[in-house]
Design a protein. Structure first.
Lengths: 385, 88, 461
């Protein structure tokens, strides 16, 4: 496909959803990745589709729409990625934690998120194995789960069936523009002509922006996930302690971690979450594995006897203000960025695809995309839009 | 019973073993080849590699799941059960 | 002077421990089994009689084991499982589960002798109870005094089938069929190698004598291609095929049996070496092995390796390599000792023998034609060949790692040890390409080497 209507760089979940939305809008889309589908951050994702961890904000609006979009997408392409309306339970042990949680939940409720307060006995009923000294939680029926690698793969499969193509193993070396407008791009193997390029390369989005002589401040934030051996059903929902929400927004350089745990349809239990700023360092941080284990046992003592089987790491892409980038490049017209979703990439992917497609085709977007515009990074400085 | 013979139960049935034998070996000697059912297809599995590498011979021992029968030494009074999927 | 830390108590590890201790280095020997000896000298506790019957040379094994136990310079940790190993610029940290607790060992000197296990190939019905590996049948006999069944089919390829068949017969079982996939004449093309290794011939004849006394004939150019279950879901018979030199099926007949012991050589367990960053290479038999220099040192100074992980070659070669590794490691920590020419000559002789064996017992790709889409490939996660093909044809997987992420193949409790090698071959075949070394090596790398309970992980430092 030498002259596609649009090229999406990156076959992770955001690139795949973008390609699908563009295809559904009638464009012939080419997806290019230097590696296999989901070989970036998506392949290390837990599969979180959350509305619970965001304060009322543009991002919450995006998250609510995206969560529903996942279920529509599931029907649209015929499933195959273990989408489950599992629900999330946020708990807290401390007085302050509980009061903060109550405040957040009531704000979220007003903004369209379904919340159900759980006292000690309701919490025990929802999660029979949770630690007995936790007395308060909030249930978010909207939180959902999927298998992210399968999701990206099934979506790309649908894109191909709808007239799009996918090329694996080509490395983009230059994004070409004339008089400030995109004319195409060049890889290490081919040159393509197109008026629209979408940069959906996640943690590498900054490097790719450079290939167009532009700028995008995206940095990696490393995270680990522990996977247990297949276990009996001990955890019914996604369960997190209230620190998780604060963690996402924090900017501290040191290791941050809090307990996040859930079962999967295959029987394994996934345990997170940690955040470190160590660039792209690839080593296994044993101290973090231990901390994650301690935290999850504190939430679910029964997990003490369950075995750790695998641990994997990924690099979340984040912008300085911790908001995703969804919009047209400041300098080069026709170059669009859909990247920087930090730890919410999977959850926010379909709505990102919709939002960017609306902007590209000139349709009315479901929300004002201004908060996510890359123009907020004017000349290397973060400026609030 | 000689000083080397011990007894344990498997799904309630009494099984004798020679002290030092694995649970799996003793069960095989008692003609018990199936040890568990798989979690998706409910297929029967027994000892496969016999040396603790394949994790197929999983049984529940005194309430603890995922015990490799070919490696766990049989002890007097042990309560061993068929493992159903991941469940005890 | 620092300790020499040795992982693995089989022929290589025992030999290395004795050589290092004799050279003056204190040794810590870490072994995951309850008794020393590894797979080759898997021996039962003293409660069992007739152990000699099951081993051709148990005396050598017992000699080494007792010598190791007798030396106070050698500390032994049995039932010790390493779950993680990291390399911090020349300081190697081993995290070990020993007696339910975690122990940490830091060392600048390591000898890895983690051995191998039976290589298996998937085929329809291979997951039915009653289908086992030759190693499993032998371990039940040697280690627990139990005969796996009354009517045993022994099949696959390689000289290891002989002692297993002989063992069944000596224990009073019936070997219904002994099936070697390769032709017998391949052996005879290396006369000089045979002459060099007369004790191996003696050993072979010992087994052959037992087998012919048991009125068992070996059939060459045959393989078990399907296993069938009875009403109770357990093995009742197998389909045996006459195969051509590429392992493709020519004629099939059915044989009743209650045990099928099927093995296709060995797979080395290099996960510990890989975790530490040792360079791995793909050997002629397509197994992943650890690269070592002439002194059994890996590409990482201070880490040595010996035995099957440096190349499948049997116990004699493992012992010769272990001795050299032990001496070289002792020298590394400051002992005044040298590897002698005689050591190297002995290793070279045994290496030639091992090479001849590998050439004589290849596994040809025709085995893939025995499978159908319902055949289980990943036993732990019940992933079928059809699932694997879907991940390649429909979901776009172009390597075994991606296929693994899409299907869960290799993500179960055995951590891909059983299916990993086959998945690489099957995925490459689906893509009509040859498996790459990278693909093979990535299939064996496991940062978590063995499962560890979260509670034990949480309590460690």
């Amino acid at each position: 496909m030498k002259n596609p209507d649009a090229i999406v760089i990156g076959a992770g979940v955001v690139g795949a959803c973008t390609a699908l939305a563009l295809s559904n809008a009638g464009l012939k889309v080419l997806v290019i990745d230097r590696g296999p589908i989901a070989s970036g951050t998506t392949g290390a994702g837990e599969g979180n589709i959350l509305v619970s961890d965001k304060e009322p904000s543009a991002e919450l609006t995006l998250a609510i729409r995206s969560r529903n979009a996942w279920f529509e997408l599931d029907t649209d392409i015929g499933g195959g990625f273990e989408l489950e309306a599992k629900g999330g339970v946020v708990v807290s042990r401390s007085e302050k934690g509980v009061s903060d949680l109550k405040k957040l939940a009531s704000l979220q409720k007003v903004n369209g998120v379904e919340t159900i307060e759980l006292d000690a006995s309701a919490l025990q009923e929802a999660e029979p194995f949770i630690a007995r000294d936790i007395n308060y939680g909030v249930l978010y029926p909207g939180d959902a789960q999927c298998q992210p690698m399968l999701a990206a793969a099934q979506i790309i499969r649908a894109v191909k069936k709808r007239g799009g193509s996918f090329i694996q193993g080509e490395n983009v070396i230059k994004i070409n523009s004339t008089s400030g407008s995109i004319v195409g791009l060049t890889t290490d193997k081919n040159t393509y002509s197109t008026p629209i390029v979408v940069n959906a390369t996640g943690t590498w989005a900054g490097e790719v922006a450079k290939l167009a002589n532009s700028y995008l401040p995206i940095l990696p934030r490393r995270g680990f996930i522990l996977v247990t051996s297949p276990a009996p059903k001990l955890v019914n929902h996604k369960v997190y302690d209230a620190d998780y929400v604060a963690n996402v927004a924090s900017g501290e350089a040191d290791l941050q971690s809090s307990a996040v745990v859930e079962g999967t349809s295959s029987g394994t239990i996934l345990i997170g979450a940690s955040r470190e700023r160590v660039g792209f360092k690839n080593d296994l941080n044993i101290a973090i594995l231990r901390q994650l284990a301690r935290q999850v046992i504190s939430l679910f003592p029964v997990l003490s006897n369950v075995q750790l089987l695998r641990a994997y790491r990924g690099f979340r892409p984040y912008a300085p203000d911790h908001l995703p980038v969804i919009g047209e490049d400041e300098n080069v017209s026709g170059l669009w960025h859909a990247a920087g979703h930090e730890g919410a990439g999977i959850g926010l992917a379909p709505a990102t695809g919709e939002l960017i497609t609306a902007q590209i085709t000139g349709a009315i977007p479901f929300m004002d995309p201004a908060p996510f515009s890359p123009k907020r990074f004017k000349g290397g400085e973060y400026v609030a839009v | 019973m000689s000083q080397f013979e011990i007894e344990f139960t498997f799904d309630g049935k009494t099984i004798s073993a020679i002290s030092g034998q694995s649970v799996g070996a003793a069960l095989l000697a008692a003609n018990q080849r199936s040890l568990r059912k798989t979690r998706f297809n409910k297929n029967k599995r027994g000892i496969f590699c016999g040396i603790g590498v394949c994790f197929d011979c999983l049984v529940v021992v005194d309430g603890v799941t995922n015990q490799r029968a070919c490696i766990i030494e049989a002890r007097s009074g042990m309560q061993v059960k068929t493992q159903d999927g991941s469940n005890a | 002077m620092h300790n020499v830390v040795i992982v693995g108590g089989g022929p290589a590890g025992l030999s290395a421990a004795l050589a290092a201790a004799a050279a003056g280095a204190p040794v810590l020997l870490i072994d995951s089994n309850s008794r020393l000896g590894g797979q080759y000298w898997r021996n039962a506790s003293d409660n069992f009689d007739n152990q000699n019957e099951q081993h051709f040379d148990l005396e050598t094994g017992l000699l080494l084991i007792n010598a190791v136990k007798a030396r106070i310079e050698i500390e032994v940790w049995s039932e010790a499982q390493i779950w993680s190993a990291t390399n911090n610029e020349g300081k190697f940290t081993l995290r070990i589960i020993h007696q339910g607790k975690e122990k940490i060992v830091n060392t600048a000197n390591l000898i890895l002798c983690t051995g191998a296990y039976d290589r298996t190939l998937p085929f329809p019905g291979w997951d039915i109870p009653g289908v086992m590996t030759p190693g499993g049948v032998q371990s039940l006999l040697k280690g627990h005094g139990v005969l796996a069944g009354k009517r045993v089919v022994v099949a696959g390829t390689g000289p290891f089938l002989l002692p297993v068949a002989a063992g069944v017969i000596k224990a009073g079982g019936e070997v219904v069929s002994l099936l070697e996939a390769n032709k017998s004449r391949r052996w005879l093309t290396s006369f000089n190698v045979i002459l060099e290794n007369l004790t191996k011939i003696k050993e072979a004849f010992y087994y052959i004598k037992t087998i012919s006394e048991g009125k068992v004939r070996a059939h060459f150019g045959y393989a078990v291609i399907t296993a069938h279950a009875g009403g109770n879901g357990e093995l009742t018979s197998v389909d045996v095929a006459k195969i051509d030199r590429n392992f493709k099926v020519k004629k099939i007949k059915n044989i009743k049996c209650d045990v099928a012991a099927i093995g296709w050589g060995f797979t080395a367990d290099t996960s510990l070496a890989g975790s530490l960053g040792c360079r791995q290479v793909v050997a002629k038999d397509e197994s992943v092995t650890v690269w070592v220099d002439n002194d059994q040192q890996t590409n990482i100074p201070g880490i040595f390796a010996a035995g099957e992980i440096t190349g499948i070659g049997g116990s004699d070669l493992s012992m010769a390599e272990g001795v050299i590794a032990g001496i070289a490691a002792a020298k590394f920590v400051g002992c005044k000792v040298e590897v002698l020419k005689a050591h190297r000559k002995r290793r070279a002789k045994r290496q030639r023998f091992a090479n001849a064996l590998i050439k004589a017992y290849p596994v040809k790709s025709g085995w893939q034609s025995w499978l159908n889409d319902q055949t289980t490939i990943c036993r732990c996660e019940e992933v079928s060949l059809g699932d694997l093909k879907f991940s390649v044809e429909e979901l776009g997987a172009t390597d075994s790692r991606t296929a693994k992420l899409f299907t869960r193949c290799g993500m179960g409790l055995c951590q891909g040890r059983i299916c990993g090698r086959s998945v690489v071959d099957l995925v490459a075949n689906e893509l009509s390409v040859l498996p790459t070394d990278t693909d093979r090596i990535s299939a064996v790398n496991r940062p978590i080497i063995t499962p560890i309970p979260l509670g034990v992980l949480a309590q460690g430092e």
